[in-house]
Ligand binder design. Structure first.
Ligand SMILES: *Cc1c(COP(=O)(O)O)cnc(C)c1O
Length: 360
């Protein structure tokens, strides 16, 4: 299997070996030590301030998105939310469920948020901003500097879903004044799905302690309190946390987050160049690409979804299909996980083979 989806992705052998071992009991000093290491390494990669804290949740990325919304905001807030694709829309649905007042910013398809779009909300009393830094459903990376400047100017609490941009695109939580950053285990962390985490600034930690959301499992006060001793309130996905530890230490040893970003950027560039040189019949739909993924639409009238099925069934290669309205229009090629240039050669060869044999 060769997997170019955007998660779960290919996992390195060293991380997979941990998955084959017995899962240890976790209320121990040994496991607490692992969790403290995880917290420090994630903070380092996020370029967070020293007093920042990390909450590890057992649940996919969406659980941490929901935890952020209900632990940070209340119905006294007024939130701006960017609805640029299915992940942005998920935030909108959460604000709706929890009766938090909000206004939607809708970018033009394939484009980021513009200065003009933001300026109209200057001085309008907004208190929160929710954004998915890489709207991975259509591969659009937003201009975080622009958004950060707007939030700083208006004293707005900035919450960023970095699930598919963490380790892929440059980011500094402290410099950008981001208060909450959300990450998932199955994207560029390249571990199995099941754990997500929130990095909270000192201001965000305070806000969490001041809020009383109606939830038990997602109450971050419990996570923060238990985290002080390197523990979680409930049984976590212990095995995945051990795998995250292995992976984080490997990234650190290989030069840290900047090296990992450079590695993924280089793979993305390599694939995009090969695609062009071989005249593959696809067009990139995003005007603002992330390093994590290349979103493509076939230019030969064929269905994007048929490419996904054909490559999966006949080549053992997985690209990432889209759903809903974009099912036949868009597929995505991910650049995250344990992949190398030679893997992208295989993918490009498969696309060439499909054309040559006219399999579609
Ligand atoms: C993958 C992803 C998510 C999380 O989805 P889950 O299926 O809940 O893990 C959220 N936001 C973005 C931008 C993502 O890429």
């Amino acid at each position: 299997m060769l997997n170019f989806t955007v998660g779960p992705v290919m996992t390195s052998d060293s991380v997979r070996e941990i998955g084959a071992e017995q899962v240890p009991y976790f209320r121990t000093p040994e496991f607490s030590k692992i969790m403290f290491e995880n917290e420090e390494l994630i903070k380092k990669f996020a370029k967070a301030e020293q007093n920042a804290r990390v909450c590890f949740l057992t649940g996919s990325g969406t659980s941490s998105m929901e935890a952020a919304v209900i632990n940070i905001f209340t119905n006294q807030d007024k939130v701006l939310v960017v609805d640029g694709g299915s992940f942005g829309h998920r935030f909108v649905e959460m604000l709706e469920i929890y009766d938090i007042p909000y206004t939607v910013i809708k970018p033009e398809f394939g484009h980021g948020v513009t200065q003009e779009q933001l300026s109209q909300y200057d001085g309008c009393g907004y208190t929160g901003f929710l954004i998915n830094l890489d709207e991975a459903s259509i591969g659009v990376l937003y201009d975080i500097k622009l958004i950060s400047d707007f939030c700083k100017k208006n004293d707005i609490f900035l919450v960023v879903d970095s699930i598919s941009s963490f380790l892929c695109d440059p980011f500094s939580m402290a410099e950008l004044d981001v208060q909450v950053m959300i990450v998932g285990s199955q994207k560029a962390l390249a571990c199995p799905p099941g754990v997500s985490l929130l990095v909270l600034s000192e201001k965000a930690v305070k806000k969490v302690y001041d809020n009383n959301p109606k939830t038990m499992y997602l109450d971050l006060k419990l996570a923060l309190k238990n985290g002080e001793r390197g523990q979680t309130p409930f049984t976590p996905a212990v095995g995945i946390l051990l795998q995250i530890n292995q992976r984080a230490k490997e990234i650190d040893a290989a030069g840290g987050v900047d090296m990992e970003i450079a590695r993924i950027r280089s793979l993305a560039g390599y694939f995009r160049k090969q695609m062009k040189e071989n005249n593959l019949p696809f067009h990139i739909i995003s005007e603002s690409l992330s390093n994590a993924v290349t979103p493509l639409t076939p230019t030969n009238g064929k269905s994007a979804y048929d490419y996904f099925t054909l490559l999966k069934d006949q080549y053992g290669i997985w690209i990432c299909p889209n759903g809903g309205e974009l099912r036949d229009k868009v597929f995505r090629v991910g650049h995250i996980g344990a992949l190398e240039e030679s893997d992208f050669d295989c993918l490009v060869d498969a696309f060439i083979d499909v054309e040559k044999k006219q399999l579609l």
